[in-house]
Design a protein around this ligand. Sequence first.
Ligand SMILES: [Zn+2]
Length: 464
Amino acid sequence: MLAAAAPQAATPLGVGDRLFPYLGNPGYDVQSYDIAFTYKGDNSKPLDAVTKIDAVATSALDRINLDFSHGTVRSVKVNGLRAGFTTKDEDLIVTPSRSVVRGEPLRITVEHTSDPVAGKEEIGWVRTKDGLAMANQADAAHRVFPSNDHPSDKAYFTFRIRAPKELTAVANGRPVLTTRAGDHTDWVYRTAHPMATELAQVSIGRSTVLHRQGPHGMDVRDVVPTKDVKKLTPWLDRTPGQIRWMESKVGRYPFENYGLVIADATTGFELETQTLSLFERDLFTRPEYPKWYVASVMVHELAHQWFGDSVSPRTWSDLWLNEGHATWYEALYAQEHADMPMEKRMRAAYARSDAWRASGGAPAAPEGPVPGEKISIFRPVVYDGSALVLYALRQEIGKEAFESVERQWVSTHRDGTATTADFVALSSRVAGRDLTGFFDGWLYGKKTPPMPGHPDWKTEAPAK
Ligand SMILES: [Zn+2]
């Protein structure tokens, strides 16, 4: 006997991420996003938006779940036909006029608003003194636009931004078209490489776009508050040299262009948005930050373009691969350009490592976010606590093999996603022996293993 299945209720779904169970959605693979925003010059008012998603169904679907939480949905179409929709928690649940078959191409068009007044968590849209910028990591892209908001589903992006004519709009990738008409300007940008939703960037403000030449003729493009161009130029002049330095370590820069967008806002963080990293103005203007520190933070976000952006994490538990590597190159740059020995920093990290593991989980098994504070997964254990894992690997397999792992990692997984198991497998292959046991302790252990070559290094007892 077989009972007929009851019609499935509209429920929020996810791709099964251990840290964010409702993030992403099963049943389809997004190829591209085409997102149009109309900004009327007031960053306390919702923007009008149209998000077009081209996807392929990977299974038969009666409903299509999207992630979206911070705007009003006006209409949804699937392949040109009006579709039903409802919202539940952080999902927009679409009912197409007929069921979708596996393998079918889908064009989902959502007319909606995008509300920059974020409420408690100031992520998603960042309201600046003169407009807006974006900070979507880890799970805030769906506050801004309907999406499959998980780094495992990368896609190409086109952004179309209409803004008052006195403002400048810039987004990830290259400019395609700028059209001035009446009191507004239309700006179009397109990425040349696939991108995770968390790495989207749209900046609108009283900004100047500065160009300079990077290595092998690449375009280095910065977006700076116009009033600060002179003050910030000495910092921006450093980027081409930093790119050259990173290329000497891991190989060619992976994207079409690079630069900084400097936001006139207090965010308390910088963010590696793809091809256009977000920085807060304060980092460059506050006198208490030493110059070496500011430069090393610039290198941290630059290193993410390889580690985190070009090679993005398959799940959020792989976050250590992003932050561990970015911290590694941040520290290595400080060692080579300032009197900041890596060994000293790593010895200090080693001392605190057990405490970090006790409070945040092991590097590759981080604890979930504190309720209501989703970005709380960005704990010390994934920064210096995970750079320490890379240091241990270098101690274990030697400098030459380690550098080969790094280069092969970014070339093998370029424009893709990768897992912790992929990193363990590559390291084992390069070292010529199985490193599973070595990594087990370093990535998953409650206690930090002994540091190869430094038997005298000690951990401090975690604070009770
Ligand atoms: Zn980082």
